[in-house]
Design a protein around this ligand. Structure first.
Ligand code: IMP
Ligand code: MG
Length: 175
């Protein structure tokens, strides 16, 4: 069995879409007190590019989550390994994630951050991967919709490899 990597989203297409999202977020949050919470590790590149497309400065924080693997409740597989540190109460909070797959991670994080009583809480996710979705979580900003496949590059990893690729690739097993 061999593994083939095919480019799915070029760096130009990513840059164009990130600029569009940045413009949209700039319009929607103009004059507000925005804190962006990046989900480690995968969202670090997307977040870094996105904040430089905004028309105003924002505060940045990070959370990191891990899955137990197995489990049955909609959020039960996920736990926090690094929590946010900035105060979120009465502030506008935007979660920035690389990819939504089954939906557990964003469902858990959104419920968790809601306990901080932010003024508003929304999600910006670069890739909405539909095929394996079990929990629907509203994505307020979506970069790309992809039906299926395992993706790497632009922050997305496969066993910690290939995060630094500037394009997004789909991994296919052949044979
Ligand atoms: P889920 O929505 O709970 O399945 O979790 C999404 C998380 O799984 C993402 O934050 C990624 O860390 C990881 N993930 C899901 N699909 C992919 C993929 O295609 N490539 C790399 N990581 C993925
Ligand atoms: Mg992730």
């Amino acid at each position: 069995m061999s593994v083939k990597q095919t480019c799915l989203i070029s760096r130009e297409a990513i840059a164009r879409r990130v600029a569009e999202l940045g413009a949209q977020i700039s319009r929607d949050y103009a004059g507000r007190d925005l804190v962006m919470v990046g989900v480690l590790k995968g969202a670090f590149i997307f977040l870094a590019d996105l904040v430089r497309e905004l028309a105003f400065p924002v505060e940045i924080d990070f959370a990191r989550l891990a899955s137990y693997g197995g489990g049955t409740s909609p959020t039960g597989e996920v736990h926090i390994t690094k929590d946010v540190e900035l105060p979120l109460k009465d502030r506008d909070v935007l979660i920035v994630e690389d990819i939504m797959d089954i939906g557990y991670t964003l469902s858990f994080l959104k419920q968790h951050l809601a306990t901080h009583r932010p003024r508003s809480l929304k999600i910006c996710c670069l890739i909405d991967k539909r095929e394996r979705r079990e929990v629907e979580v509203q994505l307020d900003y979506t970069g790309f919709v992809v039906e299926r496949g395992f993706l790497v590059g632009y922050g997305l990893d496969c066993g910690e490899k290939q995060r630094t690729l500037p394009e997004i690739y789909v991994i296919e097993e052949k044979g």
